[in-house]
Structure formats: structure tokens, C-alpha cells
Design a protein around this ligand. Sequence first.
Ligand SMILES: Nc1ncnc2c1ncn2[C@@H]1O[C@H](COP(=O)(O)OP(=O)(O)OP(=O)(O)O)[C@@H](O)[C@H]1O
Length: 210
Amino acid sequence: MLFESRNLKYSHPGQQSLTFPDITLHPGESMLVLGKSGSGKTTLLNLLAGLLKPETGEVRLAEQNLAAMKGQKLDLFRGKEIGIVFQKPHLLAALNVKENLQMAHFFGKKKGQNIEQLLEELGLGKKAKSSVLTLSEGEAQRVSIARALANSPKLILADEPTSSLDDENTEKVIKLLKTQAAKIGAALIIVTHDHRVKAHVPNFVEVKAL
Ligand SMILES: Nc1ncnc2c1ncn2[C@@H]1O[C@H](COP(=O)(O)OP(=O)(O)OP(=O)(O)O)[C@@H](O)[C@H]1O
């Protein structure tokens, strides 16, 4: 087993405690996280990324318990082994497409995937030298996926990655995430409200506020 989260609980200050379903994934497997607005989906993703510390439970990726790691060790582990795709691409506007991806290698201190080849696979081969300000929304989201994959992470986390995309780009983005996760043997977890995504990923867990 590559990834496992068990018995996770978390309370934001002054809020009632959130309890999360367990997740188990093998290399190349994908899972959706569903749930109503405010149920705790983003909180769960932050726990899985080690950005929040759970009150109880553990998050295991490649035999390591993230919930017990801290400081520089955690930051380096995250940079190397976890790729995060946000709802909005959050690219660095001063850098071109290729340079945005090189930053991931820099922070992960890892050689990672060949950037030109990765851009080619994501249909962005001709955009390597383009300013990120000139990209369409679908292209920018694919660059943010390429950035998340640049270090060949073992876990890919995506938070509503298709919410601002049309049907064609939604299908492209989900297929790319699945194909790439299978190629690099990563586990893929997608938080979504988007019914279009459910057609492509049958496994799901549901977060429910008590
Ligand atoms: N920093 C915070 N401080 C206090 N409460 C918070 C904080 N972040 C989230 N919450 C609360 O925790 C609960 C879960 O929030 P979360 O953002 O995880 O939900 P979500 O399922 O991702 O929602 P959405 O689908 O609307 O993005 C909500 O009640 C929210 O108000």
C-alpha cells in the first residue's frame, strides 16, 4: 500500500471537531473526496498534505507518517513526494511556463521528470517559453498540473481542479491527472463538487459534518 489515512480528526479554532473517512490507495489508484460546502474537504486535503496537524490519526505515504513529521523534514518531504493542484493555477507571473516548472525541481531538491517531455505530454510543448500571463485558463491549469507532477511525487492532491474549466478542458485535465498518476505510480486524490469528474473516477469517500 502506498497511501493510507486513518482516524483523522481536526477542529478549527472555536469550531466543532471534524471527523474524516479513512483512505487507502495503491500506486496509480485515484479517489474523489465529495461533500457539501463547509463539510471539511479542504481541511482534509490540508491534513493529507501535512499543512495541518491532525488531533488524532495518521497519514502514511510510502511508509512515512506525515502527521508525526515537522519543520524542514516535513517541508522537504512534501516538496519531493506530494504534488498539489489548486483550484486556481497560482503560477509565478514573472516567469515563463518552463521556469515555473523548474521552480518545483528547485524546491523539491530533486531531478524529477524531464520538463520538455512533460510539457509535450500535457499538450504544452509550444508554450514552454511563453509568459504564463498569455495562457488560457485551461492551459494555465495544465501548467499547474505539470508543476505538481514535475518531481514525480508519490501523492497528487487536487482541490477542485476543474471548477473554472469548460467540459472539454475538464475531461482533458482529469484524464491527464489519471494517466500521469498511473505513469509515475502515484496515488491521486481529487476534491470536487463537479459531477463531470465523477464519470471518470468511480472511487470516492464522502466528508460529512456531524
Ligand atoms: N481557518 C479556519 N478557521 C476557523 N474555521 C475554519 C477555518 N477553515 C475552515 N473553517 C471551517 O471548517 C469547516 C470546514 O471548512 P472547509 O473549507 O474544509 O470545507 P469545504 O468542504 O472545503 O468547503 P467548500 O466546499 O465550501 O470549499 C467550515 O465550517 C469552515 O467554516
